[in-house]
Design a binder for this molecule. Structure first.
Ligand SMILES: C[S@@+](CC[C@H](N)C(=O)[O-])C[C@H]1O[C@@H](n2cnc3c(N)ncnc32)[C@H](O)[C@@H]1O
Length: 517
């Protein structure tokens, strides 16, 4: 009996629609049998009696969804894949972008669906070789947490360096036995994040990287349904600066009709570009989409209300207050740039106003002046850092008001693990333990690398008497901290260091007992 035969056709179809809806993956006819097996295994693993139970588990349990995505996607990749693309980047895209930006800001590059990171590191190496390294910011994203963990480790075997890739990468690698580790100076230049291309709205999710000058998104469009391809192409267009480039793989479907891209057909491949100032001949060959014109508005029409750009006025001078010395982020997570009004690049004046207001709020928070922190940030909660400060200060003044405000602010910043974590803390304070558990699970789902939410999951499970699960969460927290320098402050840890959290997690694991694993 083939594995698809154990499925009722309508159940399998319903599961495939569900998967497409969650992560855009379109299962081809030749993948049906293997997909059916993967789904059957998932049902057994999560003890689901029917597909509704499986859908429920996949919706509510991030671990289950991660495992499924990992099994359904192929993370095949290697350094300097499609060398012609790197030639085109070297000869045209990078020098021209440098010229267009004229040092006004760093060049922003996104390796989308980067798998285990080889593509993002290749881009960093190329930028370094061309002398642009110090003036470049690179982000690599993927839906697979397992791939992101490997990407952050930056260690690869020979197989990741096919063709003459090893020759190009060698100056940036440290060999260890059969492995090569990407050198620290390159690893530091690339930031890896979780991002679901089919479900997330990137201008918001990539906040500080917008506008982008280059998106490299290769060998993933092939997995997507036609609808998802169109959505992804449109979202990417919204992320690009005028003159920015989108590079897809030669095996990917054409995007020519899916966005107002200018198509550049060259002997090195077909590339897409958002037209405007900065095109190779200095002219705009395709109609320009001015910010806020009808075409762009039509794109917004399909977005949830919470993601629509606001038309609020600039903060008043009294809101901006005096600029403070660079204060650390209150929660210890890296500070986002001004992340407001997804889709339309913010005016430099407004971005600067918000930056100053956030700095003033950080100072007020540091001085435990909760009322002032709330006042300064109240009208700029579209900015993630302002929103976090606002909610934290409000929680000190009036926990019920902060609790009531959270759902609205989470809708604005639904991809912020920090906000979900803070909401969980507040829910716990008021005894809403089940809701707190779900909220902290969301934080972990959004960023598995954060040790503190894992620790909190451990505490909650311990309180609920779920000792096995608690032990695993503590172990995750411990292992994640072990990857950090001992004295490093742990993100979300309110100043606590990695070694302190390791000791706390280990102590709890010991208390639960070594018999429980
Ligand atoms: C074949 S790899 C491509 C790696 C690299 N871009 C390259 O061309 O070498 C495809 C990657 O797409 C990722 N992926 C699949 N669906 C995705 C989605 N909805 N959002 C983000 N990444 C996705 C998979 O996890 C996998 O790592």
């Amino acid at each position: 009996m083939s594995s698809t035969e154990s499925w009722r056709a309508e159940d399998l179809e319903s599961m495939l629609r569900f998967i497409d809806g969650c992560c855009g993956l379109s299962i081809r006819a030749d993948q049906l049998s293997s997909t059916a097996k993967v789904l059957r295994r998932a049902m057994e693993r999560w003890k689901c009696v029917d597909i509704d139970a499986l859908k429920k588990v996949l919706t509510q349990n991030p671990e289950a969804m991660h495992a499924l995505v990992n099994e359904l996607t192929v993370g095949e990749t290697y350094f300097f894949r499609e060398p012609k693309h790197f030639q085109f980047l070297q000869q045209v895209v990078l020098p021209e972008t440098q010229q267009r930006l004229q040092g006004s800001r760093p060049m922003h590059i996104w390796s989308a669906a980067c798998a285990s990171g080889e593509e993002a590191y290749s881009l960093a190496m190329l930028c370094d070789r061309l002398g642009y390294a110090g003036w470049t910011r690179i982000v690599g994203t993927d839906i697979s947490h397992a791939a992101l963990v490997k990407a952050r480790q930056g260690s690869y075997r020979n197989w990741s360096f096919r063709g003459n890739a090893l020759q190009q990468a060698a100056p940036y690698l440290n060999p260890h036995g059969e492995q090569f580790t990407v050198r620290e100076e390159i690893r530091r230049r690339v930031n890896f994040r979780y991002l679901n291309l089919a479900a997330d709205y990137y201008p918001a999710a990539l906040g500080d990287m917008i506008p982008l000058d280059l998106i490299v998104c290769r060998n993933v469009f092939i997995y997507f349904s036609t609808d998802t391809i169109a959505t992804v192409a449109r979202n990417m267009f919204a992320c690009l600066d005028e003159g920015g480039w989108l590079i897809t793989a030669s095996a990917d479907p054409s995007l020519a009709d899916l966005g107002p891209y200018q198509v550049e057909s060259t002997e090195l491949g077909v590339f897409y570009r958002k037209t405007g100032a900065g095109s190779p001949d200095g002219t705009s060959r395709a109609p320009q989409v001015a910010a806020g014109d009808k075409t762009q508005r039509a794109e917004y029409a399909a977005l949830p209300e919470a993601l629509l750009p606001t038309s609020r006025a600039e903060p008043t001078p009294s809101e901006i207050l005096r600029p403070a010395a660079a204060a650390p982020s209150v929660t210890g997570l890296p500070r986002e740039g001004a992340e407001t009004s997804p889709g339309l690049p913010m005016s430099p004046r407004r971005a600067e106003s918000i930056r100053q207001a956030v700095a003033a709020a950080e100072l007020a928070y540091h001085n435990e002046d909760w009322a002032r922190t709330v006042a300064v940030t109240e009208t700029i909660r579209d900015d993630l850092a302002a929103c976090v400060l606002n909610l934290q200060a409000k929680a000190r003044l009036d926990a019920a008001a902060a609790l009531a405000q959270f759902p609205q602010d989470l809708a604005r910043h639904s991809l912020s693990p920090e906000l979900h974590y803070l909401y969980a803390l507040l829910l716990l304070d008021t005894g809403r333990i089940d809701e707190a558990y779900k909220s902290v699970q969301r934080a972990v789902f959004l960023d598995r690398s954060l040790a503190v939410p894992h620790f909190l999951l451990g505490s909650i499970q311990q309180q609920r008497g779920q000792l096995e699960s608690a032990w695993r969460h503590y172990r995750n927290a411990r292992d994640l901290c072990a990857a950090l320098p001992a004295g490093a402050a742990v993100p979300l840890g309110e100043g606590g260091t990695a070694s302190e959290l390791i000791a706390a997690a280990q102590e709890r694991m010991n208390r639960i007992g070594t018999g429980v694993k």
